[in-house]
Write a protein that binds this ligand. Structure first.
Ligand code: TYM
Length: 332
């Protein structure tokens, strides 16, 4: 059966971008593929979380995965730091990743710009750790949002380079995957680029927040003074509202506002009110389920244990084979 691997960093509560970029594909894939979905807590160490925050964030992403419908009996649902083979394989793969290519990665350049006081080595080799997550389970597909596309290219590069170095067709070439057929970029509410935790609270619609907060955020989203000529092209912040509407509203609603924009009759207040209502209707049942699962200590620990066992079995097999390929031999 073809294999699927993907993960999310536990740096806060999951938002709409995480859901449509990743989790929605996970839900579709868990029935048909051999899936490994995890919480990338090692990756989150680049931002130096306090120990109590780290644990709380991992716990809340686990509850969110389960509440959104990931089934620990169908897929391996695990926490990255429960798999000791990952940091070991990361050591081996780091020997074969080059400074120039790591420095050229878009995510590294972005970090240099946004956090110049914390450009640590973990950030530089972040794509190597991510490649290991994927290669260790010989993934065929990796469901991710558009922002991860370059990391997938680097993963293929590292896998192929290992194969060439050791003259073996060992690692599989993974492909990025999205339930829509095209990688998704969910826009943020503040009008600049993708929805992202690092752009601040006002930019994201989070699953574990109250209806009133969601309504307020959407009503505050940036708009302009409205179209002035028929069939005018939409500026970015307006297109973003339509893109968000396409995710949670039905097609007749989208069509209605699209038409009224084209005719210069649109009232953004009405559009945002409708978007807020559809958003609340989409999110609130999931939020209620998250709050139930969060209280169920037994379910959380059982799910994490089944997932860790499945992922360790797969990762340990790879590690054993890689150690043999590299040439480690025991003297005792
Ligand atoms: P992270 O934690 O930033 O995001 C998790 C997933 O959510 C997607 N995503 C989005 N998709 C569309 N629009 C958005 N606005 C948006 N925001 C986030 C991301 O594309 C991602 O799929 N490096 C990864 C975590 C990771 C990983 C892996 C992923 C570590 N190892 C192995 C796949 C396979 C990251 O930081 O994602």
């Amino acid at each position: 059966m073809e294999r699927v691997v993907s993960g999310i960093r536990p740096t806060g509560k999951l938002h709409l971008g995480n859901y449509f970029g990743a989790v929605k594909s996970f839900l579709q894939m868990q029935k048909e593929y051999d899936c490994f979905f995890f919480i990338a807590d090692l990756h989150s160490l680049t931002t130096h979380p306090k120990p109590s925050d780290l644990h709380a964030n991992v716990r809340s992403v686990l509850a969110e995965y389960l509440a959104m419908g990931l089934d620990p009996e169908q897929c391996a649902l695990f926490i990255q730091s429960d798999i000791p083979a990952i940091p070991e394989l990361y050591t081996y793969m780091n020997m074969n990743a080059y400074l120039g290519e790591l420095q050229r990665s878009a995510s590294f350049k972005e970090k240099i710009r946004t956090q110049p006081n914390n450009v640590n080595a973990g950030l530089l080799t972040y794509p190597v750790l991510m490649a290991v997550d994927i290669l260790v389970h010989h993934a065929d597909y990796v469901p991710v949002g558009k922002d991860q596309q370059q990391h997938l290219e680097m993963t293929r590069q590292f896998g192929n380079r290992f194969n060439r170095l050791y003259e073996q067709e060992y690692f599989t070439e993974p492909q990025a995957f999205s339930f829509t057929g095209e990688l998704v970029k969910v826009p943020g509410l503040t009008g600049q680029g993708k929805m992202s935790k690092s752009s601040g609270d006002a930019d994201t619609v989070i699953f574990n927040e109250d209806d009133e907060v969601i309504r307020k955020k959407i009503m505050r989203a940036k708009t302009d003074s409205g179209p002035t000529s028929l069939n005018q092209e939409k500026p970015e912040e307006i297109q973003n509202l339509f893109d968000l509407m396409a995710l949670v509203s039905d097609s007749s609603t989208l069509e209605h506002f699209d038409q009224s924009y084209a005719n210069c009759e649109i009232r953004y207040g009405d559009m945002k009110k409708k978007l807020a209502e559809d958003m609340v209707n989409f999110i609130s049942p999931i939020r209620e389920r998250i709050r139930e699962v969060e209280r169920d200590e037994g379910y959380l620990s059982k799910a994490a244990k089944i997932g860790a066992d499945k992922a360790n079995e797969s990762a340990n097999k790879t590690l054993k084979e890689v150690r043999e390929i590299i040439g480690f031999r025991k003297f005792y």
